[in-house]
Design a protein around this ligand. Structure first.
Ligand code: IPD
Length: 262
């Protein structure tokens, strides 16, 4: 497991350095994907290509799932789940909260995760059962926070219809919590939760590459991660918070959105 983690960390650091170096000149080379608000820069593609090449060179038989290039099949029981830039809109605008996210899954379970936030100089890591770390410091999420005093991070999808529902849900959550944050990167949001910078996170419609690494980091920092009604995180909801707050948030969200597209 340590080998997976150190390889993932080396590759995430290399991709982060490349992105920091090239961002000033290349970040404006943009195309749109699933909707006019869903953008991909030339550097998302370059970062994923670098990561794919490094993984293939070190572990040729492993499978790979990347946000930009999709699935690469393989014989191995190991799969790398990669978001080459999570928070692409932040990256495009020169905001610091974007990340290179690399998770290693073995037989369907994430065992190692790295989230490199290059513009902040922060590298978050976790290994299954061995804790979550920011540099040399062990991470612990906030505990004992009631919903009414919780700082809650969330995010929005790229489809207008989904955003309408997300807007309705936010309008109901906001009066019940300390405040809401929309940071712009699911991976950074979950790492912020692990570091105690927010108390809770929820979002509807995130993908495995957004949360695979950071979800392990949050869980290893003591948080609970799951969907609504006991389901795992899936195409509908992701909720994350310390036990107690998780249940309070769940009970607030469950009646607001009966998973219309689940
Ligand atoms: C997005 C970010 C954002 C979240 C979106 C994701 P991307 O990922 O994580 O915070 O709200 O749902 O799609 O597109 O920047 O890789």
């Amino acid at each position: 497991m340590t080998d997976y983690l150190s390889l993932a960390e080396d590759i995430a650091r290399e991709a982060g350095e490349m992105l920091l170096a090239k961002r000033p000149t290349m970040s404006r080379q943009v195309e749109t994907k699933s909707s006019p608000t869903d953008v991909v820069t030339a550097l998302d593609t370059a970062s994923e290509q670098l990561i794919r090449e490094r993984v293939r060179a070190a572990r040729p038989g492993d499978r790979f799932l990347g946000e930009e290039g999709g699935e690469a099949p393989g014989e191995s029981e190991v799969r790398w789940i990669v978001d080459p830039i999570d928070g692409t809109v932040n990256f495009l605008y020169g905001l610091p909260d974007w990340a290179v996210s690399i998770a290693v899954e073995v037989k369907g379970e994430v065992v190692a995760g790295v989230v490199n936030v290059p513009a902040r100089g922060e590298v978050y890591t976790a290994a299954l059962g061995r804790g979550a770390w920011l540099g040399g410091g062990r991470l612990r999420c906030n505990t004992g926070v009631p919903l009414a005093q919780a700082l809650v991070a969330t995010g929005f999808g790229y489809f207008a219809g989904r955003r309408e529902v997300q807007g309705e849900v936010v309008a109901k959550v906001l009066p019940r919590v300390r405040d809401i944050r929309r940071g712009g990167s699911c991976a950074v949001d979950l790492c912020s939760l692990a570091a105690g910078r927010v108390d809770a996170y929820y979002e509807r419609g995130i993908n495995p590459w957004d949360y695979a690494a950071a979800g392990l980091i949050a869980v290893e920092a003591g948080a609970r991660l799951g969907g609504l009604h006991g389901r795992p995180v899936g195409p509908s909801y992701a909720l994350c918070a310390a036990p107690g707050l998780f249940e309070e948030l769940h009970d607030l969200l469950a009646p607001l959105d009966p998973e219309r597209d689940a």
